[in-house]
Write a protein of this length. Structure first.
Length: 382
């Protein structure tokens, strides 16, 4: 039995013997000679090399409707997925810059606004796909921790953006793939090789160069924003955010495709909003922005974050994860450029060295995982 239209249905088994004549309108396309995956009823489904009539794509000229088995459809625009990744990186970096520009709003409150935006856009999707709001009973505990850890990562990252240089915080977050490999080895029993250990050491070295702890670099540290205490707090927040984000990826791997991704985002937004509201009342930091500029920036942060997520999702839909992960290092490039142009803060050579270590580590991890997936795909084809 042959699958029809991407596996959504099965083609009917044929009962005829003779190949029908080709309708005149179906000989004008390129690629003639490719068999149709979805023969019309009464047409033999196997053994013929040049089946022409197609019962699944009425009104569409052959062979544009179907492709030969084993052939891959060429993308309409090569490199479109990588372009989406660059756009996503730019939007995320721009949202981070606007976060630095906000003067009188706590990072937790910014996170709460971001959660409200996500809920507003995800809710129609939940209703349309009829996924419910709680998810499968056996998966709810995983969804809860995914939401808790994901929202914690967002809050801590926003705090790091506010108290330390933009480029420093961005670079630290790029060590996430290394921590993901380590956590997947611990909790999912995935393979962890000597290369993974080497990439982990590279990432740790990069973070140390950015944090510049006093017991290694002395008590006088140059090239930081504000006091070194705030810089250290921001570094700890960024590292904790990175580990939390890596944990959410491990949880999503554990859940797999058994839960709709809209539900995952819904839990992230709802739990994040509840946590932010509680934290704001405990810290007594809840206040509406006093000036119109901060209100506009809050809206822009929500829209840019949503746009960046959409472009990243679309990139992963049409491009392999390896190239997307490598191209996502443009986040670091944009962070350096925006910090220099709009924040008048030149990064130190320590930051540049740390960035090179972390980017090399994350890129190496992505390339290695990509090659492993390609190798497995070739073995499965054989």
């Amino acid at each position: 039995m042959v699958l029809c239209q991407g596996g959504e249905g099965a083609a009917a088994l044929a009962a005829g013997g003779k190949e029908p004549e080709v309708p005149p309108g179906r000989q004008d396309g390129a690629g003639a000679g490719q068999p149709c995956l979805c023969p019309a009823p009464g047409i033999e489904a196997a053994g013929a090399e040049e089946r022409r009539a197609c019962g699944c794509c009425s009104g569409m000229s052959w062979p544009r409707c179907c492709e030969a088995p084993g052939t891959k459809k060429k993308p309409a625009c090569p490199g479109l997925g990588l372009l989406y990744t660059v756009l996503s990186a730019f939007l995320f970096s721009l949202a981070s810059l606007f976060l630095k520009k906000i003067e009188d709003v706590h990072s937790v409150e910014v996170s709460a606004f971001r959660c409200v935006f996500q809920m507003a856009f995800v809710l129609p999707g939940l209703i349309y796909y009829k996924t419910g709001f709680l998810g499968p009973k056996g998966k709810r505990i995983f969804l809860f921790f995914r939401g808790f850890l994901g929202s914690t990562a967002m809050i801590l990252l926003y705090y790091a953006y506010q108290v330390m240089p933009l480029a420093d915080a961005t670079v630290i977050t790029f060590s996430s793939p290394v921590f993901t490999s380590l956590l997947a080895w611990i909790f999912l029993k995935e393979k962890y090789s000597i290369w993974d250990l080497l990439f982990t050491l590279f990432a740790i070295t990069g973070v140390i160069l950015i944090a510049r702890p006093p017991f290694l670099f002395g008590s006088h540290v140059a090239g930081i924003e504000g006091s070194y205490t705030d810089h250290l707090k921001g570094t700890v927040a960024a590292i904790t955010s990175t580990v939390s984000a890596a944990s959410t990826i491990v949880i999503l791997r554990k859940v797999g495709k058994s839960v709709h991704y809209f539900l995952s985002i819904w839990y992230y937004a709802v739990i994040g909003l509840i946590g932010c509201v509680i934290a704001l009342f405990v810290l007594n930091e809840w206040r509406l922005p006093h000036c119109g500029k901060d209100r506009v920036l809050l809206i822009l942060i929500g829209l840019l974050g949503l746009g960046g997520q959409i472009f990243l999702t679309k990139a992963l839909q049409i491009e392999k994860a390896g190239p997307v992960s490598i191209m996502k290092t443009m986040d670091v490039v944009f962070a350096f450029i925006l910090q220099i142009l709009f924040l008048n803060h030149l990064p130190t050579w320590w930051t540049v060295g740390g960035a090179l270590c972390v980017v090399a580590s994350s890129s190496g991890t992505a390339i290695r995982k990509w090659r492993q997936s390609v190798k497995k795909a070739k073995q499965s084809e054989i």
